[in-house]
Design a protein around this ligand. Structure first.
Ligand code: ARG
Length: 455
């Protein structure tokens, strides 16, 4: 008979039992469940609600079960609906009456909320560490390839030369924002629902501040209805994961492009590539693609929980049982993908000569040539048109701007002098962008220091 079986004359059939159970998913938070129970029992004893002896028996019994679960020796029973029933049932079988006193002044509703919050805090902490590791790699790669010049793009068309390090650091700042979101998700989870009981609080003189302290929460939740029915912190976590996966998908998309024959900007390490079962020459960026693809499931996890939560009346509803798997999946996926991305970046070869050669094509100097005229007094709009016509002339004659003779330049405008040559070099063009946050060497050096300070 289930622990709640008193008012029932018959049980559910096996399939219905299985349909209603959450034990398989709950197993991941077994240790959190036990920690919550130990804190609850300790507080109950301190408040004189159960005896010291009962508390000591409960504590030892739970410690024993904790060890059994950790060692994989715990005898799981498929008839247990969830982790709370499994642990409490085993405890009572093992130690008798004191075990049956554990659930005093508590409901599975505040218990499950406590377990999930403790678990979510750990997920956030783990993700924050993974995020830090990835950002450290980005800073490293930027530093090691500091001077490498590549074409910067808009619309995936050559735009202006930028430093490769600048490009890497753009991702650093994206992941820094993800870090902020993960810290916020951790803070959202960091509130104690225990003591809310089923929905309304309890008549026992519980000390909610004490369990808050014992479980390492920063605060107690001030409303019992909200305490048992809030899952916003899981949405926060899933949203943080989703945005970070989106950032990873952008990075991985570039890795896929850059490792293609057409780009050739990078060569992925063999340890982050796969071959083809039919085409002997193939070296595929599978892990970048897979990371890009896994974005979908994490967005799905977020959408699933948003939908589960929609229109739920207060307070606890069984729908809430569906809230656990998604965040676990989202966190595991992001954690794995961050690790893969860090490994790919760390081991890839940066083909500086190819990047530089490409930075010279596609008229990436055009803006600077227009700026040259504007600095000599021509209104920028006019300069833009003059250089546009020069580009058209070059295209018709199969030339780059750097191939034009002094006479050809002067035919476009009297303002051109021999010193225009200096404004055609991608390295110099990048260097000249000295504004804060720009791609000039000095600005990127300062940015790199700022990034390191943030880390
Ligand atoms: N297995 C449930 C869950 O995961 C625990 C809480 C159940 N409470 C209840 N009154 N049925 O949400």
């Amino acid at each position: 008979m289930a622990l709640w079986g008193g008012r029932f004359e018959k049980g559910v059939d096996a399939f219905t039992q299985e349909f209603g159970a959450s034990l398989e998913v709950d197993k991941a938070m077994a240790q959190q469940d036990i920690a919550g129970s130990r804190a609850h029992a300790k507080m109950l004893a301190e408040q004189g609600i159960i005896s010291e002896d009962d508390q000591a028996a409960i504590d030892a019994g739970l410690a024993d079960i904790s060890g059994q679960i950790e060692r994989g020796e715990f005898a799981w029973d498929v008839n247990d609906e969830d982790i709370h029933m499994a642990v409490e049932g085993a405890l009572t079988r093992n130690i008798g009456t004191p075990g049956a006193r554990l659930h005093t002044g508590r409901s599975r509703n505040d218990q499950v909320a406590t377990d999930i919050r403790l678990y979510a805090k750990e997920l956030c902490q783990h993700l924050i560490e993974g995020n830090d590791a990835l950002r450290r790699v980005l800073v490293d790669v930027a530093e090691k390839n500091f001077d490498v010049v590549m074409p910067g793009y808009t619309h995936l068309q050559h735009a202006q030369p930028v430093l490769f390090s600048h490009h890497m650091l753009a991702y650093f700042w994206m992941f820094t924002r993800d870090h902020t979101r993960l810290v916020a998700a951790l803070d959202a989870a960091d509130a104690n629902p225990l003591g809310a009981a089923a929905l309304a609080g309890t008549t026992y003189p519980l000390n909610r501040q004490r369990t808050t302290e014992l479980l390492g929460f920063s605060r107690a939740i001030p409303n019992s209805l909200d305490a048992v029915s809030d899952r916003d912190y899981l949405l926060d976590l899933e949203y943080a994961c989703s945005v970070s996966m989106m950032h990873l998908s952008r990075l991985c998309e570039e890795i896929v492009l850059w490792s293609s024959t057409e780009f050739g900007f990078i060569t992925l390490s063999d340890s982050y590539s796969t071959g083809s079962s039919i085409m002997p020459q193939k070296k595929n960026p599978d892990f970048a693609e897979l990371t890009r693809g896994k974005c979908g499931r994490v967005y799905g996890d977020l959408m699933a929980l948003l939908t589960t939560m929609k229109s739920l009346p207060l307070a606890y509803n069984k729908d809430l049982q569906e809230c656990k798997e998604g965040p676990m999946d989202a966190a595991k996926t992001l954690s794995d993908c961050m690790e893969i991305a860090a490994g790919m970046l760390e081991t890839m070869q940066v083909n500086a000569d190819v990047m530089l050669a490409q930075a010279k094509t596609g008229f990436t100097a055009a803006t600077d040539v227009a700026d040259y005229l504007a600095k000599k007094g021509m209104p920028f709009r006019d300069a833009h048109r003059v250089v546009g016509e020069l580009v058209l002339y070059c295209e018709k004659n199969g030339k780059g701007l750097e191939d034009l003779t002094a006479d050809e330049f002067r035919a476009a405008s009297e303002l051109f002098d021999d010193d225009i040559a200096a404004d055609l070099d991608p390295e110099g063009i990048a260097r000249a962008r000295t504004t804060y946050g720009g791609t000039g060497h000095a600005a990127v050096r300062a940015q790199l220091e700022e990034a390191k300070a943030v880390l």
